[in-house]
Design a protein around this ligand. Structure first.
Ligand SMILES: CC(C)(COP(=O)(O)OP(=O)(O)OC[C@H]1O[C@@H](n2cnc3c(N)ncnc32)[C@H](O)[C@@H]1OP(=O)(O)O)[C@@H](O)C(=O)NCCC(=O)NCCS
Length: 213
């Protein structure tokens, strides 16, 4: 068994604890030693585990893997920058996930229950695909992206790093979304979208731009 910590003790952190336990039910792989969170007191019980302390203590832990259970893509990037290179990210893939041929999944990426990822797809590092997303052929999802439940991506789509896809949003084929943009719940992306915008609606249109760095 490999030791693992979950960074982020919120609701999604608890769902990742459930994901780990379902992976272990198939084949014992992970020894969850606890959560790390800057905003939750050390010793707080989360599900069956406890908060070990703030995120920074990860750099003092030995032989431990980690995943980041935080949906905000800018916060995820900040957290990664604080973690020593010696601490290795884990890849978590729920046993129900369907993966086609020639799919690459980067380190630290979390694929929750019910995802269907078809053929010739690149998924970068520290990506979250929450429950029941579908990703079509020849799509690229770069590092740090977070998809909320039930996102549907058609074929030949490019999603640049740090994009947040709200619950139930959809992207038609051959569209590119610029880095660190946020797509609202239920939006349909039918044309390329620029970087650093929030876009909502059907079809999705930018309603604001942000400088979040
Ligand atoms: C798009 C989103 C990121 C914008 O958040 P925000 O920057 O805080 O924006 P606001 O809430 O201030 O909304 C700005 C405007 O957009 C509208 N709006 C917000 N989200 C919208 C959406 N998904 N679809 C259509 N309009 C939306 C608001 O009603 C508001 O309109 P108004 O100016 O006429 O009042 C957010 O509303 C959203 O959809 N998040 C996804 C949440 C999600 O998927 N959660 C899953 C958890 S598992």
């Amino acid at each position: 068994m490999n030791k693992i910590v979950i960074i982020g003790a919120g609701g999604f952190g608890r769902e990742v604890e459930m994901l780990i336990s379902q992976i272990n039910n198939k084949k014992k792989k992970w020894d969850l030693i606890g959560f790390l969170d800057d905003g939750v007191a050390q010793g707080t019980k989360i599900g069956k585990s406890k908060v070990l302390g703030p995120i920074q203590i990860i750099n003092n832990l030995e032989d431990v893997n980690f995943v980041i259970a935080i949906a905000d893509t800018v916060v995820k990037r900040k957290v990664i920058n604080e973690i020593n290179d010696k601490i290795k990210p884990a890849i978590l893939i729920h046993p129900s996930v369907i993966l086609g041929e020639r799919v690459i999944v980067g380190e630290g990426t979390i694929l929750c229950a019910g995802n269907i990822i078809t053929e010739d797809i690149y998924i970068g590092s520290h990506v979250i695909l929450n429950l029941m997303c579908t990703v079509g052929h020849d799509t690229v999802i770069r590092d740090l992206c977070s998809f909320m439940p039930s996102v549907n991506v058609s074929g030949e789509v490019v999603i640049e790093q740090g994009v947040f896809m709200g619950v139930g949003s959809k992207i038609i084929n051959r569209v590119t979304i610029g880095e660190f943009s946020k797509i609202g719940a239920g939006a349909v992306v039918s044309k390329d979208l620029p970087a650093n915008c929030t876009a909502v609606g059907v079809p999705a249109k930018p309603i604001k731009f942000h400088d979040r760095f």
